[in-house]
Ligand binder design. Structure first.
Ligand code: SF4
Ligand code: SF4
Length: 141
């Protein structure tokens, strides 16, 4: 059994294809969509958690690559540049999952990557630019 968060980037010619349907029906995967940004005739982005057997997951990855989808590991997307963090707490107010939170009694901010759903709200909220995204870098699976 595997549970993996990924980002799919859809080129325009793939956006309208029933990718999720195939993941469920052909590869017996459970699909939990975390965020979607898909417009017809434009490149789309879909963040989701896939769970199922390891072999089906790997087969599904291969199939998606053959369809022209770019697949990015979600865990690698949000980076906390700890040395830039001033522990102001602005991100802890806005983070919807508690991935960024204060530790007590020190009252310093910590980043729990496993809770992050890559909503990117902290990127805009952080005055020190301590939160970064690697969505466009070299983390393709
Ligand atoms: S991307 Fe969203 S969920 Fe992840 S740490 Fe930032 S605010 Fe929290
Ligand atoms: S908003 Fe930025 S500087 Fe402030 S605690 Fe969060 S990561 Fe650190």
């Amino acid at each position: 059994m595997i549970k993996q968060k990924i980002v799919l980037r859809f080129p325009p010619h793939v956006v309208e294809q029933p990718t999720i349907y195939h993941l469920i029906k052909d590869y017996d995967l459970m699909v939990n969509i975390l965020r979607a940004d898909i417009n017809p005739r434009k490149e789309g982005r879909l963040m989701m958690e896939l769970s199922g057997s390891e072999s089906n997951y790997q087969r599904a990855l291969e199939w998606m690559k053959e369809q022209g989808l770019k697949i990015i590991s979600l865990e690698q997307q949000i980076i906390w540049q700890q040395d830039r963090c001033t522990h102001c707490g602005a991100c802890t107010v806005i983070c919807p999952t508690g991935a960024l939170c204060f530790t007590r009694p020190e009252m310093t901010v910590r980043f729990a990557e496993e809770k992050c759903v890559v909503c990117e709200l902290c990127l805009r909220a952080c005055p020190a630019r301590a939160m970064e995204t690697l969505v466009d870098s070299e983390n393709s699976l």
